[in-house]
Design a protein around this ligand. Structure first.
Ligand code: ZN
Length: 225
């Protein structure tokens, strides 16, 4: 059985304030007397459920078209629920207890609870989210073997940092040489609620292979046991 973990792309979905919204432009419409329905999509690379390639904040990182299946298919995915954490941010102590010594998880999905209000309060969802601390990002990069991290909120960095184009957590996750030893792919604004408590066999996260780009909408789904 498969379960979709991507939100449907729509013009009215919540996006971060500095991001342009996606736009769908009708080119031909049967309703208008044309013989077919065809459309133009104006997509911003970071709206909706999307995959950040390491090149996003790391000039030496891979672009989205250079990623391999090892960045898209995961056999040992771990879903963690951090809704009971003591503070708003997601810090190292909120993540570390979920990893055993020599844990071989290859993908980490972090359910923060932020997505519970995505539909009922999209304004709040697009302005305020938990974000990771640099300590939790360092733990994931240095102490685990995951090759990708997905989360149910808009970005790994805080809205305040991103508003001034600062991204210390992205730098670590994306393997910038001065602060990090390796890069992983990030899947932001993922719909993780449908697989809470489920036994996951595999996770697929398939981006569009767009030449030289920083990110792409991603079709992410889980195969259950
Ligand atoms: Zn992004």
């Amino acid at each position: 059985m498969f379960i979709n973990l991507s939100y449907v792309l729509s013009e009215d979905m919540p996006v971060f304030s500095t991001n342009p919204k996606v736009k769908f432009e009708p080119v031909l419409r049967i309703a208008n007397g044309d013989n077919t329905n065809v459309s133009m999509l104006h997509l911003f690379t970071h709206n909706g459920t999307h995959m950040d390639a390491p090149w996003h904040w790391n000039p030496e990182g891979k672009t989205i078209d250079k990623l391999g299946f090892e960045d898209m298919i995961f056999d040992r995915a771990k879903l963690i629920d951090v809704t009971k954490r003591p503070n708003f941010l997601i810090d190292r102590p909120d993540i570390e207890p979920f990893f055993l010594k020599d844990d071989d998880a290859d993908f980490l999905m972090v359910f923060s609870g932020a997505s519970l209000t995505r539909e009922s309060n999209p304004d709040e969802y697009s302005k305020r989210w938990p974000s990771f601390t640099t300590d939790s990002a360092k733990f994931i990069i240095e102490e685990t073997r995951v090759r990708g991290v997905a989360m149910d909120f808009l970005a790994v960095d805080s809205p305040g940092d991103l508003a001034v184009w600062n991204a210390p957590v992205h730098y670590i996750f994306e393997g910038r040489k001065d602060v990090s030893s390796r890069g992983v792919v990030l899947i932001e604004d993922a719909n993780l609620r449908p697989i809470l408590g489920k036994k996951i066999k595999r996770v697929f996260a398939m981006p569009l292979l767009v030449k030289g780009m920083d990110a792409s909408p991603v079709n992410m789904f889980a195969e259950l046991d």
